[in-house]
Design a protein around this ligand. Sequence first.
Ligand SMILES: *Cc1c(COP(=O)(O)O)cnc(C)c1O
Length: 393
Amino acid sequence: MNYHVDEKGYYGNFGGSFVPEMLYPNMIELQENYLKIMNDPSFKEEFQKLLKDYVGRPSPLYFAQRLSQKYNTKIYLKREDLNHTGAHKINNTIGQILLAKRLGKQRIIAETGAGQHGVATATVCALMGIECTVYMGEIDIARQAPNVARMKMLGAKVVPAISGSKTLKDATNEAIRAWINNPVDTHYIIGSVVGFHPYPDMVARFQSIISEEIKWQLQEHEGTPYPDYVIACVGGGSNASGAFYHFLEYKNVNLIAVEAAGKGIDSGASAATSILGKEGIIHGSKTMLMQTKDGQIIEPYSISAGLDYPGVGPQHAHLFTSGRAEFLNATDDEAMQAGLELCKLEGIIPAIESSHALAVLNKKAFKPQEVVVVNLSGRGDKDLNTYIEYFNL
Ligand SMILES: *Cc1c(COP(=O)(O)O)cnc(C)c1O
Protein backbone atom coordinates (compact mmCIF):
# COMPACT_ATOMS: atom_id res chain seq x y z
CA MET A 1 0.00 0.00 0.00
CA ASN A 2 1.28 3.43 -0.96
CA TYR A 3 0.32 6.38 1.21
CA HIS A 4 2.02 9.06 -0.83
CA VAL A 5 0.66 10.66 -3.94
CA ASP A 6 0.93 8.79 -7.26
CA GLU A 7 1.89 10.30 -10.63
CA LYS A 8 -1.68 11.25 -11.41
CA GLY A 9 -2.13 13.07 -8.12
CA TYR A 10 -4.12 10.35 -6.36
CA TYR A 11 -3.96 8.78 -2.91
CA GLY A 12 -5.74 5.50 -3.58
CA ASN A 13 -9.17 6.59 -4.71
CA PHE A 14 -8.82 10.21 -3.56
CA GLY A 15 -7.24 13.40 -4.87
CA GLY A 16 -6.81 14.32 -8.52
CA SER A 17 -7.22 17.71 -10.12
CA PHE A 18 -10.69 18.94 -10.94
CA VAL A 19 -10.14 22.51 -12.07
CA PRO A 20 -11.94 25.06 -14.22
CA GLU A 21 -10.50 25.29 -17.72
CA MET A 22 -9.11 28.78 -17.04
CA LEU A 23 -6.82 27.42 -14.33
CA TYR A 24 -5.58 24.49 -16.34
CA PRO A 25 -2.32 26.25 -17.36
CA ASN A 26 -1.62 27.17 -13.71
CA MET A 27 -2.24 23.62 -12.63
CA ILE A 28 0.09 22.24 -15.28
CA GLU A 29 2.74 24.85 -14.45
CA LEU A 30 2.65 23.80 -10.79
CA GLN A 31 2.51 20.08 -11.50
CA GLU A 32 5.47 20.24 -13.85
CA ASN A 33 7.64 22.43 -11.68
CA TYR A 34 7.00 21.89 -7.99
CA LEU A 35 9.27 18.89 -7.50
CA LYS A 36 11.98 20.27 -9.75
CA ILE A 37 12.04 23.47 -7.71
CA MET A 38 11.73 21.79 -4.31
CA ASN A 39 14.56 19.38 -5.10
CA ASP A 40 16.89 22.12 -6.33
CA PRO A 41 19.75 22.38 -3.80
CA SER A 42 19.68 26.19 -3.80
CA PHE A 43 15.93 26.14 -3.05
CA LYS A 44 16.46 23.68 -0.22
CA GLU A 45 19.21 25.83 1.21
CA GLU A 46 17.10 28.98 1.11
CA PHE A 47 14.10 27.17 2.65
CA GLN A 48 16.20 25.63 5.43
CA LYS A 49 17.88 28.92 6.22
CA LEU A 50 14.58 30.75 6.64
CA LEU A 51 13.14 27.91 8.72
CA LYS A 52 16.13 28.23 11.03
CA ASP A 53 16.70 31.98 11.21
CA TYR A 54 13.18 33.33 10.68
CA VAL A 55 10.78 30.64 11.92
CA GLY A 56 13.06 29.48 14.74
CA ARG A 57 13.39 25.81 13.80
CA PRO A 58 14.03 23.13 14.83
CA SER A 59 11.06 23.36 17.16
CA PRO A 60 11.76 21.45 20.39
CA LEU A 61 10.53 17.91 21.05
CA TYR A 62 9.71 18.32 24.71
CA PHE A 63 9.29 15.43 27.16
CA ALA A 64 6.19 16.41 29.14
CA GLN A 65 7.00 14.91 32.51
CA ARG A 66 3.94 15.78 34.56
CA LEU A 67 1.56 14.97 31.72
CA SER A 68 3.36 11.65 31.29
CA GLN A 69 2.97 10.88 35.00
CA LYS A 70 -0.73 11.59 34.87
CA TYR A 71 -1.31 9.21 31.94
CA ASN A 72 1.36 6.70 32.95
CA THR A 73 3.11 6.71 29.58
CA LYS A 74 5.88 8.68 27.85
CA ILE A 75 4.46 11.80 26.22
CA TYR A 76 6.47 14.13 24.01
CA LEU A 77 5.15 17.40 22.63
CA LYS A 78 6.33 18.63 19.23
CA ARG A 79 6.39 22.36 19.85
CA GLU A 80 5.09 23.89 16.62
CA ASP A 81 3.50 26.48 18.92
CA LEU A 82 6.94 28.04 19.31
CA ASN A 83 7.28 28.89 15.61
CA HIS A 84 7.16 32.51 14.47
CA THR A 85 3.46 33.46 14.11
CA GLY A 86 2.54 30.74 16.58
CA ALA A 87 1.74 27.64 14.56
CA HIS A 88 2.90 25.18 11.91
CA LYS A 89 1.31 27.15 9.06
CA ILE A 90 4.41 29.28 8.49
CA ASN A 91 6.39 26.19 7.32
CA ASN A 92 4.11 25.97 4.30
CA THR A 93 3.83 29.69 3.51
CA ILE A 94 7.63 30.10 3.55
CA GLY A 95 7.93 27.17 1.15
CA GLN A 96 5.23 28.41 -1.19
CA ILE A 97 6.44 32.02 -1.34
CA LEU A 98 9.91 30.82 -2.34
CA LEU A 99 8.33 28.61 -4.97
CA ALA A 100 6.14 31.48 -6.26
CA LYS A 101 9.22 33.66 -6.63
CA ARG A 102 10.96 31.00 -8.69
CA LEU A 103 7.90 30.74 -10.90
CA GLY A 104 8.22 34.49 -11.48
CA LYS A 105 4.92 35.40 -9.76
CA GLN A 106 4.43 38.97 -8.55
CA ARG A 107 1.20 38.68 -6.57
CA ILE A 108 -0.03 36.34 -3.89
CA ILE A 109 -3.60 35.47 -3.04
CA ALA A 110 -4.80 33.27 -0.20
CA GLU A 111 -7.98 32.24 1.58
CA THR A 112 -8.38 32.15 5.31
CA GLY A 113 -11.02 31.03 7.79
CA ALA A 114 -9.84 31.80 11.28
CA GLY A 115 -7.20 34.10 9.90
CA GLN A 116 -4.18 32.02 10.89
CA HIS A 117 -3.23 31.10 7.34
CA GLY A 118 -3.94 34.67 6.25
CA VAL A 119 -1.51 35.96 8.87
CA ALA A 120 1.14 33.40 7.91
CA THR A 121 0.74 34.38 4.24
CA ALA A 122 0.77 38.13 4.93
CA THR A 123 3.91 37.56 7.00
CA VAL A 124 5.93 35.91 4.24
CA CYS A 125 4.67 38.43 1.67
CA ALA A 126 5.97 41.27 3.87
CA LEU A 127 9.23 39.36 4.25
CA MET A 128 9.62 39.11 0.48
CA GLY A 129 8.07 42.46 -0.47
CA ILE A 130 5.31 40.84 -2.53
CA GLU A 131 1.73 42.15 -2.89
CA CYS A 132 -0.76 40.08 -0.90
CA THR A 133 -4.56 39.77 -1.03
CA VAL A 134 -6.38 37.56 1.46
CA TYR A 135 -9.99 36.47 0.94
CA MET A 136 -11.99 35.96 4.09
CA GLY A 137 -15.68 35.33 4.76
CA GLU A 138 -17.53 38.38 6.00
CA ILE A 139 -18.67 36.52 9.11
CA ASP A 140 -15.13 35.37 9.85
CA ILE A 141 -13.85 38.94 9.45
CA ALA A 142 -16.20 39.98 12.23
CA ARG A 143 -15.35 36.94 14.41
CA GLN A 144 -11.57 37.17 13.99
CA ALA A 145 -10.89 40.88 14.27
CA PRO A 146 -7.38 40.59 15.80
CA ASN A 147 -6.13 38.47 12.89
CA VAL A 148 -7.68 40.90 10.38
CA ALA A 149 -5.77 43.70 12.11
CA ARG A 150 -2.55 41.63 11.99
CA MET A 151 -2.90 41.04 8.26
CA LYS A 152 -3.48 44.74 7.66
CA MET A 153 -0.45 45.70 9.75
CA LEU A 154 1.60 43.28 7.67
CA GLY A 155 0.50 45.11 4.54
CA ALA A 156 -2.04 42.65 3.15
CA LYS A 157 -5.35 43.58 1.60
CA VAL A 158 -8.26 41.70 3.20
CA VAL A 159 -11.22 41.18 0.87
CA PRO A 160 -14.55 40.02 2.34
CA ALA A 161 -16.35 37.06 0.76
CA ILE A 162 -20.01 37.99 0.86
CA SER A 163 -21.52 35.00 -0.92
CA GLY A 164 -22.95 31.76 0.51
CA SER A 165 -22.41 31.24 4.22
CA LYS A 166 -19.73 33.98 4.22
CA THR A 167 -17.13 31.67 5.78
CA LEU A 168 -14.08 29.66 4.70
CA LYS A 169 -15.48 27.75 1.73
CA ASP A 170 -16.84 30.99 0.28
CA ALA A 171 -13.48 32.71 0.80
CA THR A 172 -11.86 29.81 -1.06
CA ASN A 173 -14.32 30.21 -3.93
CA GLU A 174 -13.52 33.93 -4.09
CA ALA A 175 -9.78 33.25 -4.11
CA ILE A 176 -10.19 30.77 -6.96
CA ARG A 177 -12.31 33.30 -8.86
CA ALA A 178 -9.63 35.98 -8.37
CA TRP A 179 -6.99 33.55 -9.61
CA ILE A 180 -9.00 32.85 -12.75
CA ASN A 181 -9.00 36.60 -13.42
CA ASN A 182 -5.21 36.91 -12.90
CA PRO A 183 -3.76 33.54 -13.79
CA VAL A 184 -0.40 34.64 -15.18
CA ASP A 185 1.27 36.80 -12.54
CA THR A 186 -0.42 35.37 -9.42
CA HIS A 187 0.26 32.40 -7.15
CA TYR A 188 -2.44 31.06 -4.84
CA ILE A 189 -1.01 29.91 -1.49
CA ILE A 190 -3.37 27.26 -0.14
CA GLY A 191 -3.14 26.80 3.62
CA SER A 192 -3.63 23.06 4.06
CA VAL A 193 -3.25 19.71 2.31
CA VAL A 194 -6.35 20.38 0.23
CA GLY A 195 -7.07 21.52 -3.32
CA PHE A 196 -6.09 20.02 -6.66
CA HIS A 197 -2.86 18.13 -7.28
CA PRO A 198 -0.08 19.10 -6.55
CA TYR A 199 -1.25 21.19 -3.56
CA PRO A 200 -1.89 18.34 -1.09
CA ASP A 201 1.50 16.79 -1.84
CA MET A 202 3.34 20.11 -1.99
CA VAL A 203 1.97 21.29 1.36
CA ALA A 204 2.63 17.89 2.96
CA ARG A 205 6.24 18.05 1.78
CA PHE A 206 6.73 21.53 3.22
CA GLN A 207 5.19 20.39 6.52
CA SER A 208 7.17 17.13 6.56
CA ILE A 209 9.94 19.04 8.35
CA ILE A 210 7.87 18.24 11.47
CA SER A 211 8.34 14.46 11.30
CA GLU A 212 11.88 14.84 9.91
CA GLU A 213 12.81 16.63 13.13
CA ILE A 214 10.81 14.28 15.37
CA LYS A 215 12.91 11.37 14.06
CA TRP A 216 16.32 12.73 15.01
CA GLN A 217 15.02 14.36 18.17
CA LEU A 218 13.48 11.10 19.35
CA GLN A 219 16.72 9.30 18.49
CA GLU A 220 18.46 11.68 20.91
CA HIS A 221 15.87 11.24 23.67
CA GLU A 222 14.95 7.57 23.33
CA GLY A 223 17.62 5.96 21.17
CA THR A 224 15.10 5.22 18.40
CA PRO A 225 13.58 7.47 15.76
CA TYR A 226 10.23 5.66 15.91
CA PRO A 227 7.52 6.49 18.45
CA ASP A 228 4.64 4.12 19.19
CA TYR A 229 2.06 6.81 18.47
CA VAL A 230 1.87 10.13 16.66
CA ILE A 231 -1.24 12.17 17.43
CA ALA A 232 -2.33 15.29 15.55
CA CYS A 233 -5.52 17.28 15.07
CA VAL A 234 -7.05 17.51 11.60
CA GLY A 235 -8.80 20.48 10.05
CA GLY A 236 -7.73 20.24 6.42
CA GLY A 237 -4.91 18.04 7.68
CA SER A 238 -1.59 19.82 7.13
CA ASN A 239 -0.06 19.57 10.58
CA ALA A 240 -1.08 15.92 10.74
CA SER A 241 0.34 15.23 7.26
CA GLY A 242 3.63 16.81 8.31
CA ALA A 243 3.76 14.91 11.60
CA PHE A 244 2.90 11.57 9.91
CA TYR A 245 4.96 12.01 6.73
CA HIS A 246 8.16 10.13 7.56
CA PHE A 247 6.31 7.43 9.53
CA LEU A 248 3.74 6.40 6.92
CA GLU A 249 5.67 3.30 5.83
CA TYR A 250 6.44 2.19 9.39
CA LYS A 251 3.39 0.23 10.48
CA ASN A 252 4.65 -0.03 14.04
CA VAL A 253 4.11 3.70 14.36
CA ASN A 254 0.40 4.16 15.09
CA LEU A 255 -1.01 7.31 13.57
CA ILE A 256 -3.97 9.01 15.22
CA ALA A 257 -5.85 11.85 13.53
CA VAL A 258 -8.23 13.82 15.70
CA GLU A 259 -11.23 15.63 14.28
CA ALA A 260 -13.47 18.17 15.95
CA ALA A 261 -16.74 16.67 17.12
CA GLY A 262 -18.05 20.09 18.08
CA LYS A 263 -21.15 19.70 20.26
CA GLY A 264 -21.17 15.94 19.52
CA ILE A 265 -21.01 13.74 16.44
CA ASP A 266 -24.79 13.45 16.17
CA SER A 267 -25.57 17.00 17.28
CA GLY A 268 -25.64 18.53 13.81
CA ALA A 269 -22.89 20.90 14.98
CA SER A 270 -19.63 19.12 14.25
CA ALA A 271 -16.66 18.95 11.91
CA ALA A 272 -15.90 15.22 12.09
CA THR A 273 -15.55 14.89 8.35
CA SER A 274 -14.29 11.34 8.04
CA ILE A 275 -17.13 9.87 10.08
CA LEU A 276 -19.92 12.13 8.83
CA GLY A 277 -18.60 12.73 5.34
CA LYS A 278 -19.14 11.03 2.02
CA GLU A 279 -17.00 10.97 -1.07
CA GLY A 280 -17.27 14.14 -3.09
CA ILE A 281 -15.32 16.87 -4.82
CA ILE A 282 -14.33 20.09 -3.10
CA HIS A 283 -11.86 22.75 -4.20
CA GLY A 284 -10.47 20.60 -6.96
CA SER A 285 -9.96 17.23 -5.32
CA LYS A 286 -11.95 14.11 -4.58
CA THR A 287 -12.12 13.49 -0.85
CA MET A 288 -14.42 12.92 2.13
CA LEU A 289 -16.68 15.85 2.85
CA MET A 290 -19.80 16.72 4.78
CA GLN A 291 -22.62 17.15 2.32
CA THR A 292 -26.38 16.96 1.95
CA LYS A 293 -28.16 14.28 -0.10
CA ASP A 294 -27.93 16.66 -3.06
CA GLY A 295 -24.20 17.13 -2.64
CA GLN A 296 -24.36 20.62 -1.13
CA ILE A 297 -21.69 21.28 1.46
CA ILE A 298 -22.83 21.22 5.07
CA GLU A 299 -21.44 24.07 7.16
CA PRO A 300 -19.14 22.55 9.77
CA TYR A 301 -18.94 23.67 13.39
CA SER A 302 -16.22 23.56 16.02
CA ILE A 303 -15.30 25.80 18.94
CA SER A 304 -11.91 25.89 17.27
CA ALA A 305 -12.00 28.07 14.18
CA GLY A 306 -9.06 26.24 12.60
CA LEU A 307 -10.81 22.87 12.53
CA ASP A 308 -14.12 23.73 10.95
CA TYR A 309 -13.35 22.80 7.37
CA PRO A 310 -16.08 20.68 5.72
CA GLY A 311 -13.60 18.21 4.21
CA VAL A 312 -10.23 16.63 4.88
CA GLY A 313 -7.33 16.49 2.44
CA PRO A 314 -7.33 13.51 0.05
CA GLN A 315 -4.38 11.85 1.79
CA HIS A 316 -6.38 11.76 5.02
CA ALA A 317 -9.40 10.32 3.22
CA HIS A 318 -7.05 7.56 2.05
CA LEU A 319 -5.45 7.06 5.47
CA PHE A 320 -8.97 6.79 6.92
CA THR A 321 -10.46 4.35 4.40
CA SER A 322 -7.30 2.21 4.25
CA GLY A 323 -7.14 2.08 8.04
CA ARG A 324 -3.50 3.26 8.14
CA ALA A 325 -4.48 6.02 10.54
CA GLU A 326 -7.02 5.80 13.31
CA PHE A 327 -9.53 8.66 13.22
CA LEU A 328 -10.82 9.78 16.59
CA ASN A 329 -12.66 12.92 17.55
CA ALA A 330 -13.00 15.25 20.51
CA THR A 331 -15.91 17.48 21.45
CA ASP A 332 -15.58 21.15 22.30
CA ASP A 333 -15.83 20.31 26.01
CA GLU A 334 -13.24 17.53 25.87
CA ALA A 335 -10.81 19.76 24.00
CA MET A 336 -11.26 22.71 26.35
CA GLN A 337 -10.61 20.53 29.40
CA ALA A 338 -7.53 18.98 27.77
CA GLY A 339 -6.23 22.46 26.95
CA LEU A 340 -6.67 23.65 30.51
CA GLU A 341 -4.97 20.50 31.78
CA LEU A 342 -1.87 21.25 29.68
CA CYS A 343 -1.76 24.77 31.14
CA LYS A 344 -1.87 23.44 34.70
CA LEU A 345 0.50 20.50 34.26
CA GLU A 346 3.10 21.88 31.87
CA GLY A 347 2.76 25.67 31.79
CA ILE A 348 1.85 25.67 28.10
CA ILE A 349 -1.32 27.32 26.76
CA PRO A 350 -2.20 25.42 23.56
CA ALA A 351 -4.26 26.50 20.58
CA ILE A 352 -7.74 24.99 20.87
CA GLU A 353 -7.04 23.04 17.67
CA SER A 354 -4.08 21.36 19.39
CA SER A 355 -6.20 20.76 22.50
CA HIS A 356 -8.28 18.35 20.39
CA ALA A 357 -5.16 16.21 19.89
CA LEU A 358 -4.42 16.34 23.62
CA ALA A 359 -7.96 15.15 24.42
CA VAL A 360 -7.04 11.72 23.02
CA LEU A 361 -4.86 11.09 26.09
CA ASN A 362 -8.13 10.63 27.98
CA LYS A 363 -9.63 8.30 25.39
CA LYS A 364 -6.93 5.72 24.79
CA ALA A 365 -4.90 3.65 27.21
CA PHE A 366 -1.17 3.77 26.49
CA LYS A 367 1.36 1.43 28.11
CA PRO A 368 3.96 2.89 30.50
CA GLN A 369 6.92 2.16 28.19
CA GLU A 370 5.19 3.47 25.06
CA VAL A 371 6.33 6.69 23.41
CA VAL A 372 3.51 9.02 22.39
CA VAL A 373 4.23 12.15 20.35
CA VAL A 374 1.52 14.81 20.31
CA ASN A 375 1.93 17.49 17.66
CA LEU A 376 1.24 20.78 19.40
CA SER A 377 0.24 22.61 16.25
CA GLY A 378 -0.12 26.09 17.74
CA ARG A 379 -0.18 28.36 20.76
CA GLY A 380 -3.27 29.60 22.55
CA ASP A 381 -2.79 33.37 22.51
CA LYS A 382 -5.24 33.74 19.64
CA ASP A 383 -7.83 31.73 21.59
CA LEU A 384 -7.67 33.64 24.84
CA ASN A 385 -11.12 35.15 24.41
CA THR A 386 -12.66 31.74 23.79
CA TYR A 387 -10.92 30.31 26.86
CA ILE A 388 -12.03 33.33 28.93
CA GLU A 389 -15.67 32.94 27.91
CA TYR A 390 -15.70 29.17 28.28
CA PHE A 391 -14.09 29.01 31.73
CA ASN A 392 -15.51 32.32 33.00
CA LEU A 393 -11.99 33.54 33.73
C1 LIG B 1 -4.98 26.00 11.01
C2 LIG B 1 -4.63 25.26 12.22
C3 LIG B 1 -4.92 23.88 12.35
C4 LIG B 1 -5.70 23.09 11.32
O1 LIG B 1 -5.12 23.01 10.07
P1 LIG B 1 -4.46 21.68 9.52
O2 LIG B 1 -4.23 21.95 8.09
O3 LIG B 1 -5.41 20.56 9.76
O4 LIG B 1 -3.20 21.48 10.27
C5 LIG B 1 -4.51 23.23 13.49
N1 LIG B 1 -3.86 23.88 14.48
C6 LIG B 1 -3.57 25.20 14.39
C7 LIG B 1 -2.87 25.85 15.51
C8 LIG B 1 -3.95 25.94 13.27
O5 LIG B 1 -3.68 27.24 13.20
